[in-house]
Structures are given as structure tokens and as C-alpha cells.
Design a protein around this ligand. Structure first.
Ligand code: ACM
Length: 539
């Protein structure tokens, strides 16, 4: 099967081979040819009339779908759209061998085995969330993340652009966001339960709007859609450090948070906050050239600040709403309306669904488990599966002191590969609401791109398989696939455990096995989702 990963719908090997040399020619509809050329940079393909690779548009194949036929005479791609042509070429790249993942081609030509691949994705949303708020990732690292995602046919890059610990986007209208909220003087270095110790190292960074436009265009060329997240109304310390007037108590001085966990910092739900966020959304959407989805968060809100504010309580009553939880859902629904008027669908974490009625077209990300996921699907929301188990990749792969510091453990490659985003035990109408799955790289304990690689892969390979083809064993194909990642320079976690230099060591980056066990976390989260008050609670 040539270690194809994610596995295609069908692969029929044939006898013979085709020699494909760098500089070979490709012909067909320009957009589709561009997709093929972009997926195979090592080949430096020339656009010419008749050549080694012939591309055809076949609308009947559907979005992202393709066939790839290799004979002794040449290679034919038929694709439903540009993304399908791009994915056909990604599959071809896998057939060429690991050297096709290097920046420079080896001497001679690639020998391609003859055969026919016929392929289409199971889910339309195959994502990765990168938390650039807790630790900023320079844009060059996002380009590389897109490259590695695209090699796995992953197609949604969810950027968590703000949290208590930082704001990461330029705002011409509200410049204190990037000037003040984008950095902190220090970061906590001690473990939970210890006397707090700080590293006294400033941390920060932000993307200019021009950077965001560039990231979105780079991603789009690789069939990846950027999903920006502005997480509100909680996780608001950084925003309020810059603009306290949008908080519950404008007189309160709030700093960009230098530690992890839940802060009580909360935006006010009053109209000036909505106007502020509308402007920020418009700036973002302008830079991105529009966005089909914008995530507005809604998670882990400590709503006590609303409950004790006379002004907010009066506002809640004037809207005929009974509880702060109702107001939470109402506020997010209003933001979703703002986005809908600008051509974007809102995405929320599951608290927003639990606390009240959302717009029907709002996409729910159920992070607290399968029970809340099923309820959201049964209520008619499109659902992107994001449960902590097995899709929070900030958890270690093993309960071992050899691991680098992680929030808890364990989530293994096999756990991910066995995950069915749309379980057969659900009603068909519920399963039909699952539009995909996504892994999360929360970055409290992911300080840089090297640590990100270690956490993301090979579990991300398993998520790609699950979202493209459904659950199933990948162990027999992983070693061959990891040779591709080696050629790309990806510092993944070896299947046998970390390289010596990837271990946590004896200091602050060492992992404390056993402190947080994933089964206990899931039990607690599951119970929380039973209560509408769960917006008050946290992990
Ligand atoms: C979350 O983990 N707070 C979405």
C-alpha cells in the first residue's frame, strides 16, 4: 500500500513503473495545475501542452476528491476541484518516497509504482488548533505548520489568537492590543501545587495584518483555511490590560497574565464591548480576505463579575434573561449575528451551547467529551469533534518522567487512531451533524516550535487518518510515513519515546507522571456539562 497516510478509499496496484524527473511537465486547467505544482515543489514542474502529468477537472468527483492513475506512459490526475488536485499530488508525493519531501531533488528521477488511487475525504473539517496566545509562534513556524498539515491532507488551521496571557494581532483601531496586550514580563515556571516561581523572561509577539493576510494566502494555496479565534468574554486579561473600559469594572487594573489556569477577567456584555469586537472582527476579516469561520470562544467564563454588577444585571433583566448563563449565550449569539452579516459562521466551545440558545448555524466544538458533543449534534448544530481525550495533544503520550513537561497523560497515537468522530452508536441524524475533527495544541507547556513538533506528530498523523478515512490501525504504515517527516525536518516524537535531547530532564521542563490522569479529567468534564452553570467552571 506504499504506506499511504491517510489511507485512500482505494488503491489498486498495477504492474510497471513510471520515471518522473524534476522539471517534468504538467498540463490541464490552470487552477488545478497550480494545485499539483504547489504540492510537489521538489519537482519544479513545468507547465506545458503534453507531458508527464495530465490533469483533468471532473466536477462529478466532488470537493477535495480525486483519482490518481500511474501507468508506464504517464500520470493522470482527475479532480473535483483545486483542493482535489492538490491532494492527488500529495498522494503522488507519498508514492515518490521520502526524498520528495526534501527541498532539493536527488540526482536522476523518481520511480513511481503503477496503480490507481481513488480517494475522497470522510469529513470536510480536518483541523489543528495552535494556541499562539500562551506562547507566540513566529509566522515562519505557521508556514511550516501549514506545510506539514497539507502533507497529511489536513485543511483547517485554527489560530487561538488571544487568551489571558497575550493578544496576537495588530489592531489599527485599538493599537494598545498589539502594543500592550501582546507581551508579558515573565512566565510561571513552577509546577501546579508548588510555590510560584517565575522565569523573569519577557515573552510576546504579534502578527501584523499584513502577516495575517500572508498566512491566510499561504494556507489557501495549500488547501488550508485559517480559522481565527478571538476568545471572549472570558480569558480576557490581556484585552483588559489594554482596554479596561470593556471589562466589568473599568477601574480595576489588570495585567497580561503571567501564569496558567482560569482568571476571573471577563469582558462586559454591554453594547460598547460588542462595538469594540465588531471593529476587531472587521480588521481581521479585512486582512484574511474574509473567513468562512470565526471562532468566538465562550469557554471557561467565570460569570460572577456579571452577577454582581448592577448595570449588567439590569441589562440582563431588560433583555428578559434569567441568569448570567443566559446572558452569556445571548452575548455570543449577538456576536455570531455580527459575523453572519459579514459572511462568517461563528464557532464556539461547548460552554456556549450548554448555557443557552445559539444561532442554529453556529458550529460547536465539544471539548468536554462525547456526551455534550452528542447533545449539540442532536440540537442540530454542526459539530467539530475536539474532546480532551483523545484530541488535546498538550497531554503526554506516556506517563513517564522521560517526557517533557505536559499538563497530564496519557494520550497515545493508538488512542487517536481508534477515535471515531461520528460514533456508530449515535442516531444517524446526530452523526450526520459531525463535520470533522481537530487536534488541539494548547501551548502553556509548548514553549516553541520544536516542542510543538514533538506534541503534534505522529498523533497528528493519526488524527489526519481518522478525519480523512475514519478510525483504523496505522501502525504498519507509520514507520514508512515517519521517514517522510524526517526528510521534512519534523522533530516528531519517535514511536519508542523521546530522543535524549527531547526529554524533560531533571529541571523545570521535567514531566511529573501521575499528577493528572486523563480518565479522571474526562469524568469531571463530563459531569460539568450536565449543568448550565458549567460556564462558571474550569478544568
Ligand atoms: C478549553 O479547553 N478551554 C476549550
Amino acid at each position: 500500500m506504499s504506506d499511504l497516510l491517510p489511507r485512500p478509499r482505494s488503491f489498486e496496484p498495477a504492474t510497471g513503473t513510471f520515471e518522473l524527473a524534476p522539471g517534468a511537465s504538467v498540463s490541464g486547467p490552470p487552477a488545478l495545475v497550480d494545485g499539483v505544482r504547489t504540492a510537489l515543489p521538489v519537482l519544479d514542474l513545468r507547465v506545458a501542452g503534453e507531458g508527464a502529468i495530465t490533469v483533468r477537472h471532473e466536477p462529478g468527483l466532488g470537493a477535495e476528491s480525486y483519482t490518481l492513475t500511474v501507468t508506464g506512459d504517464g500520470i493522470t490526475v482527475a479532480a473535483g476541484d483545486r483542493a482535489g488536485a492538490f491532494y492527488a499530488a500529495q498522494t503522488l508525493r507519498q508514492l515518490l518516497g521520502p526524498a520528495a519531501y526534501r527541498a532539493v531533488a536527488p540526482e536522476g528521477s523518481f520511480t513511481v509504482p503503477a496503480g490507481r488511487v481513488s480517494d475522497a475525504p470522510r469529513f470536510g473539517w480536518r483541523g489543528a488548533m495552535v494556541d499562539v496566545a500562551r506562547h507566540f509562534l513566529p509566522k515562519r513556524e505557521l508556514f511550516r505548520m501549514v506545510d506539514v498539515m497539507a502533507a497529511h491532507k489536513l485543511n483547517r488551521l485554527h489560530l487561538h489568537l488571544v487568551d489571558d496571557q497575550g493578544w496576537r494581532v495588530e489592531s489599527p483601531a485599538f493599537p494598545r492590543l498589539h502594543e500592550v496586550a501582546s507581551h508579558r514580563p515573565r512566565t510561571i515556571a513552577s509546577h501546579y501545587g508548588e510555590e510560584p516561581v517565575f522565569d523573569e523572561v519577557p515573552h510576546g509577539g504579534h502578527y501584523t495584518l499584513a502577516d495575517l493576510a500572508e498566512i491566510a494566502a499561504y494556507a489557501r494555496a495549500r488547501a488550508v483555511t485559517v480559522v481565527p479565534e478571538i476568545d471572549v468574554p472570558g480569558h480576557a486579561s490581556a484585552i483588559l490590560a489594554a482596554y479596561p473600559e470593556y471589562g466589568v469594572n473599568p477601574a480595576q487594573e489588570i495585567a497580561v497574565l503571567d501564569r496558567w489556569g482560569i482568571s476571573p477577567a471577563l469582558l462586559s456584555p454591554l453594547p460598547p464591548t460588542v462595538e469594540f469586537l465588531t471593529t476587531v472582527f472587521e480588521e481581521l476579516l479585512g486582512a484574511l480576505g474574509g473567513a468562512p469561520y470565526v471562532h468566538i470562544g465562550g469557554d471557561e467564563c467565570v460569570l460572577d463579575g456579571w452577577a454582581v454588577s448592577a448595570e449588567i444585571t439590569a441589562y440582563q433583566a431588560s433583555l428578559g434573561l434569567g441568569t448570567p448563563g443566559d446572558l452569556h449565550a445571548w452575548f455570543l449569539r449577538g456576536l455570531a449575528d455580527v459575523l453572519a452579516e459579514r459572511g462568517s459562521r461563528a464557532v464556539v466551545w461547548d460552554e456556549a451551547f450548554v448555557s443557552g440558545t445559539l444561532r442554529q448555524d453556529t458550529v460547536v466544538m465539544p471539548w468536554r467529551g462525547m456526551a455534550v458533543a452528542r447533545r449539540a449534534a442532536a440540537a442540530g448544530h454542526d459539530v467539530v469533534m475536539t474532546p480532551v481525550f483523545p484530541l488535546y495533544f498538550d497531554y503526554a503520550e506516556a506517563a513517564s518522567a522521560d517526557e517533557p513537561l505536559a499538563i497530564g497523560e496519557a494520550i497515545t497515537v493508538d488512542d487517536v487512531a481508534a477515535f471515531d468522530p461520528a460514533p456508530g452508536s449515535w442516531e444517524p441524524a446526530e452523526s450526520a451533524r459531525v463535520i470533522g475533527a481537530q487536534f488541539q495544541l494548547w501551548s502553556e507547556r509548548i514553549p516553541d516550535a520544536r516542542a510543538l513538533d514533538y506534541r503534534a506528530w505522529p498523533r497528528g498523523c493519526a488524527l489526519a487518518e481518522v478525519a480523512w478515512a475514519g478510525p483504523g490501525p496505522i501502525g504498519d504504515r507509520l514507520p514508512g510515513h515517519l521517514a517522510r517527516l524526517d526528510a521534512m525536518g519534523v522533530e516528531y516524537r519517535p514511536l519508542a519515546g523521546p530522543h535524549p535531547w527531547q526529554r524533560g530532564g531533571a529541571g523545570r521542563r521535567g514531566h511529573r507522571p501521575g499528577a493528572v490522569e486523563i480518565g479522571a479529567v474526562m469524568d469531571r468534564l463530563d459531569r460539568m456539562t450536565l449543568s448550565a452553570d458549567s460556564t462558571h467552571s474550569s478544568l
